[in-house]
Design a protein around this ligand. Structure first.
Ligand code: PLP
Length: 389
């Protein structure tokens, strides 16, 4: 395969070599079912519980508060539907306009089933008005569900303050922590959060494994019924991937305090802001993941830029990975009040520890050259194709 500069770590990540080292022996020889009582099964169960300990350590919670699932999307679906099952008379959900499609699609489905959804707006920096959030919670609100870190802009919601509000208003709080887990220090034990979703493939583990934190005092109803995971998530566990997820969590803990990715991101962004006219950072620059840079390049179509960057071996994205291929401008940037044109001129670069300062220096030069080329081909005033407004 041709060498690539991978700047799309919020979409997915490369599997860490140490993670593969843990997975291979389990795939090859450690095929026991963790529920079997003979030695091969007991070894599998030990690997499973060791991974649970590693994930719990990174999440800052007890081991028995972690369930393994097949992905972040399953965790989100489980948490939301579990919270709704607690009191079937409560038919109101509070969420935000900038959620991942896993939450949006489920809430849209629930709306068709009679639930009322409040979609809280964000401001131009992607931030929430917490007074508005508090006012939106009613006696019939079953839960508040929102992101910790936005996958497109990296903007962080103040989940600890939100947890206090949810506590005061006596409602459940589910946090989509898929982008925060492994990138920010988490201490769920004393957070007041009831449920938090996470995903392996965002932290250098394979795709197809996720985790769900369920606070020990929160009521829980399984989505998949069966005996595994203490009857909280049926289905024989994906042992090798779960063990890989555990190892990835342990490795992430070693990197979480490091400024390296943050310094690379800032240098990349500073170079583009200084050299490319009409370049702006999208989203609040202070309350932001250290690895994410969402930039608008005035007058540039991001879909065209993606093609030219791909030719140069640079992987990044326009909008979120789950909606790319669609020509609609990002719902996150639209919710921030951007025009279609500005939203469509935006690219997301998301970095990881396998990048290097050299990679990023080259990438920032290439991005600047691509933007210049596209502007030459389509100077200001030439018609801009408006798709689907
Ligand atoms: N939530 C957020 C914020 C994400 O970025 C993603 C993945 O893109 C998901 C949920 C879904 O996770 P998974 O791909 O593991 O289903």
């Amino acid at each position: 395969m041709r060498s690539v500069t991978y700047l799309d770590n919020n979409a997915t990540t490369e599997i860490a070599p140490e993670v593969l080292d843990v997975m291979w022996p389990l795939l090859r020889d450690g095929y026991g079912n963790p529920s079997s009582s003979y030695a091969l099964g007991r070894q599998a169960a030990a690997a499973l519980e060791s991974a649970r300990g590693q994930v719990a350590a990174l999440a800052g919670c007890r081991e028995d508060e972690i369930l393994f699932t097949s992905c972040g999307t399953e965790s989100i679906n489980t948490a939301i539907q579990s919270a709704l099952a607690v009191d079937p008379d409560k038919k109101h959900i509070v969420t935000t306009a900038v959620e991942h499609s896993a939450t949006i699609k489920l809430c849209e489905h629930l709306a068709r089933r009679g639930y009322e959804i409040t979609w809280l707006p964000v401001d131009g920096a992607g931030l929430l008005d917490l007074e508005r959030l508090e006012a939106a919670i009613r006696p019939d609100t079953a839960l508040v569900t929102l992101l910790w870190a936005n996958n497109e802009t990296g903007v962080l919601f103040p989940v600890h303050e939100i947890a206090e509000i949810a506590h005061k208003k006596k409602t459940f709080l589910h946090v989509d922590g898929v982008q925060a887990f492994g990138k920010l220090p988490l201490s769920l034990n004393d957070s007041g959060i009831h449920y938090l979703s996470m995903s392996g493939h965002k932290i250098h583990a394979p795709k197809g494994v996720g985790g769900l934190y369920v606070n020990r005092r929160a009521k829980f109803t399984p989505l998949l019924r069966g005996s595994q995971e203490n009857a909280r998530r049926g289905g024989t566990q994906n042992l090798a991937s779960i063990a890989g997820f555990g190892k990835a969590a342990e490795l992430a803990a070693d990197h979480i305090g490091s400024r390296q990715v943050l310094d690379w991101r800032n240098a990349f962004e500073d170079h583009l802001l200084a050299t490319v006219p009409g370049c702006e950072v999208n989203g609040d620059r202070t309350h932001r993941l250290p690895n994410t840079s969402n930039l608008t390049f005035e007058g540039v179509e991001s879909e065209a830029a993606l093609i030219l960057l791909d030719e140069e071996g640079i992987c990044c994205s326009a909008g979120s990975a789950c909606t790319s291929g669609s020509i609609h401008p990002s719902h996150v940037l639209k919710a921030m009040g951007f025009s279609n044109e500005r939203a469509r001129g935006s690219l997301r670069f998301s970095f990881g520890r396998y990048n290097s300062a050299g990679d990023l220096a080259r990438a920032s030069e290439v991005v600047a050259a691509v933007v210049e080329k596209l502007r030459r081909l389509s100077p200001p005033g030439s018609p801009v194709l408006e798709h689907g407004k």
